[in-house]
Design a protein around this ligand. Structure first.
Ligand code: MLT
Length: 416
C-alpha cells in the first residue's frame, strides 16, 4: 500500500496567489462588465524590450538551420550568458564571482524552492515573517517544518524572524542556537524594505561565525535606487563562504512568461563531512547543486538564454532600465497618494512593492475583500505572507501607470 508525503497536508489548501486568483475570478463572474485593476501578484505588464525581442527572433532562426541548431546545452547554462552576468552583476559591483559558479535555470521560483534539497532534512530553517511563501512551503513539503499551529499561524519547527515597522522591516538575529539555513530577500518581497550594506554584512558575519548558510534572493535588485544597498550579497566580505544567491530575469527584464534565472554557489562554500569509513572530507556545496542540476534539469532554452544575454547589451541595459523606471514611477505614485490619504506606507523606494498598514483594525483579508467589492482593485493580503503580515497589505507596481492612477483614485474615493 503506498503512502503519500503527508507533509503536504500541513500546507494551506492552495498557494497564496492561486487563492487570490480564485476570489477574483468569482468576483468577475458575479460583476460582469466591471473592470478589475490587478495589483496582486507581482507580474509584469510591459512587453519584452526590443533588444530582447530581436535576440529571440535571431535565436529562433538559428534553431531552424542545421548549422546553427542547438540541442541540449551545457548543464550550467551557456557561457555567453554566464560571462555577461559575471561582468555586469558581479565585477561591476566589486564582487568576485566566477562564471562556473553560476547555474542558469528557468527562474528564481524553482531554484528557491529546490535549493533546500542539498541540505539535510534535520537542518533548522529561519525565514523572515512576512515572507515569500515559496521558501517556507518547500521546507514544509520536505518535512523540516514540524506541525502547523493554526492559532498562531506558524510551524513549530521553523524560526520566524519578525519584520515589522518597529525594526524597519530588517530581521534581527534569532534568540538561541543559530539556524542552519537562513532565507533573506533584499529588496524584500513583500515589504519592499531593503537590507543596507551594514545590516547585510552583520548577517554574513553571523552566518560565518555560526556555520549557517544564507539563501539570498536578489530577484528585485534592479529596483534599488539608494547607494548603500547591496545589489548582490557578494558585495559583503566573507559572503563567498556562507551564501548562495538566487537571481531572476523576471522583474528586471520582464521575463515572467519567458522564464530565466540563476543560482550562484561559490566554490568557497564548503562543509566538512565524515565518510562511512571514518575519514573526513570537505565537500563543496557547488558540487551538490551541480549534481542536482545535472540530474533534474536539462537547461533553460537556448533562445531564452540568448534573450537573457541581450539584456546586457547597451540597448538591453537602456531599455530594461526604462521599464524598471516606469514601474518605479507607479510605486512612487502609490506611495505618495496612499500617504496623503492617511495610510502608513512602506517600501516603494527600492522595490516595486508598496506595503501598507490596513485602516483601523481591519484584517488583511477584510481589506482585500473591501477593495475588491467596493473598488474592484486587487492587492495581496499581508497575512498571506505570514503572521507578522497581518494588518498589512501589498500593492504591486507592475501595472500600467493609468491603472495605477485609477486604482489610487478608487481607493481614495472609499474614504476608509
Ligand atoms: C509575487 O507576487 O510575490 C511574485 O510575483 C511571486 C513570484 O515572483 O513568484
Amino acid at each position: 500500500m503506498y503512502q503519500i508525503n503527508e507533509n503536504y497536508l500541513k500546507l494551506p489548501g492552495s498557494y497564496l496567489f492561486s487563492t487570490i486568483a480564485k476570489k477574483v475570478a468569482a468576483f468577475t463572474d458575479a460583476h460582469q462588465g466591471e473592470r478589475v485593476i490587478r495589483m496582486g501578484i507581482g507580474d509584469v505588464t510591459k512587453p519584452l524590450c526590443p533588444a530582447v525581442i530581436q535576440a529571440l527572433h535571431k535565436a529562433v532562426d538559428e534553431m531552424g538551420e542545421a548549422e546553427t541548431f542547438r540541442g541540449y546545452g551545457p548543464e550550467n547554462g551557456y557561457a555567453f550568458l554566464r560571462d555577461k552576468m559575471v561582468e555586469f552583476d558581479y565585477k561591476a559591483r566589486g564582487a568576485e564571482i566566477r562564471s562556473d559558479e553560476i547555474f542558469i535555470s528557468d527562474g528564481a521560483k524553482s531554484d528557491s524552492g529546490n535549493i533546500q534539497e542539498i541540505f539535510s532534512l534535520d537542518s533548522t530553517v529561519a525565514v523572515c515573517d512576512p515572507v515569500y511563501p515559496v521558501y517556507l512551503d518547500t521546507n514544509v513539503m520536505a518535512g523540516r517544518s514540524g506541525d502547523y499551529d493554526a492559532a498562531k499561524g506558524i510551524y513549530a519547527g521553523i524560526t520566524y524572524l519578525p519584520c515589522t515597522a518597529e525594526n524597519d522591516f530588517t530581521p534581527a538575529f534569532p534568540a538561541g542556537k543559530a539556524p542552519d539555513l537562513i532565507y533573506l530577500c533584499s529588496p524584500n518581497n513583500p515589504t519592499g524594505a531593503v537590507m543596507r550594506k551594514e545590516a547585510l554584512q552583520r548577517w554574513v558575519d553571523y552566518a560565518n561565525e555560526n556555520g549557517s548558510v544564507i539563501l539570498f534572493d536578489a530577484a528585485y535588485e534592479a529596483y534599488i535606487t539608494e547607494a548603500d544597498v547591496p545589489h548582490t550579497i557578494y558585495e559583503c566580505e566573507g559572503a563567498r563562504t556562507c551564501a548562495i544567491e538566487l537571481r531572476s530575469f523576471s522583474k528586471k527584464a520582464g521575463f515572467t512568461g519567458l522564464r530565466l534565472g540563476a543560482t550562484v554557489v561559490p566554490h568557497d562554500l564548503r562543509k566538512k563531512v565524515k565518510r562511512a569509513d571514518g575519514t573526513t572530507e570537505e565537500v563543496e556545496l557547488h558540487a551538490l547543486w551541480s549534481r542536482r542540476h545535472g540530474t533534474k534539469f536539462n537547461g533553460a532554452p537556448y533562445i531564452v538564454q540568448r534573450a537573457g544575454e541581450a539584456v546586457y547589451s547597451a540597448e538591453g541595459q537602456r531599455e530594461t532600465a526604462e521599464q524598471v523606471a516606469y514601474y518605479m514611477r507607479n510605486a512612487h505614485y502609490m506611495y505618495e497618494t496612499l500617504k496623503k490619504a492617511g495610510f502608513s506606507v512602506y517600501g516603494g523606494v527600492n522595490a516595486p512593492y508598496v506595503w501598507v498598514k490596513t485602516p483601523g483594525d481591519m484584517t488583511s483579508w477584510e481589506f482585500f475583500d473591501t477593495l475588491l467589492e467596493k473598488a474592484a482593485v486587487v492587492g495581496t493580503p499581508g497575512s498571506g505572507f505570514g503572521p507578522h503580515g497581518e494588518h498589512y497589505f501589498r500593492f504591486s507596481a507592475f501595472g500600467t501607470y493609468e491603472d495605477t492612477v485609477e486604482a489610487m483614485a478608487r481607493i481614495q474615493a472609499l474614504q476608509l
